[in-house]
Design a protein around this ligand. Sequence first.
Ligand code: IPD
Ligand code: CA
Ligand code: CA
Length: 262
Amino acid sequence: MNYNDITESVILLTKETGLFLKSMTGKITEGMIETKGQMDFVTDVDKKTEQLLLDGLALIIPESGFIAEEGTYTHRGSVYNWIVDPLDGTTNFIHGVSPFCISIALMENEELVIGVIYDPIRDECFSAFKNGPARLNGKTFTTSKRNSLNQALVATGFPYTDFSLVDAYMGSFRELMECTHGIRRLGSAAVDLAYVACGRYDAFWEYHLKPWDVAAGIVIIKQAGGMVSDFHGGNNYLFGETFVATNSLIHEEFLNVLKKYF
Ligand code: IPD
Ligand code: CA
Ligand code: CA
């Protein structure tokens, strides 16, 4: 398997499909929106985008299967599976706010080997593959070199559908508000992870995330020199729903804050 060639094909596919997403920006009407759960929305555009992406990915690796948010295809491949969020940041998209993105990862057996995140509005494509460089529009990058929380800009996602850990979350939020340069909430977890990877942010945390929110970002952050874990520093971060990403230098300090609340 040539990861570099596959990554280039996925980048082309996300850019083509991103044109469709961009063309639909600001055109979402009430009739195009469905409610999946409390404050959890999906539009016709999420579904159409997923169809376009999965059809394209099936051509890139014919024997592959899918874990895709909108469930367009659900069959699993014996070795290769794509993990796809066709539109991460749907709420932003519905309201005509940026950012939103396409997020695609390839899993080989149980290992994530390719990640691509494409923001069609800024035309920014973040990508990486196993043992390769992390890139933004072809240019190599690394995570930031800030080595203490008091120099860090951190990002998060607010709880919006699962409030079971909201008190613990608010405790960590308050402490991080007081001991960092600031906290940002853009509304797309995949874009947040891309920004940690390329050093715009130094860290990110959120609970109740799904594999398609984080899979591509995990590959890109690791290849850029960063670190990911669950809230307890463990490896249950892809399916485990609590997620921390840092530039690696402040990972322990960040976990020490979370430990007090979770
Ligand atoms: C959501 C976004 C958001 C995050 C949520 C995700 P969606 O994904 O990434 O930033 O806070 O947890 O579910 O629903 O827009 O694909
Ligand atoms: Ca998502
Ligand atoms: Ca989505």
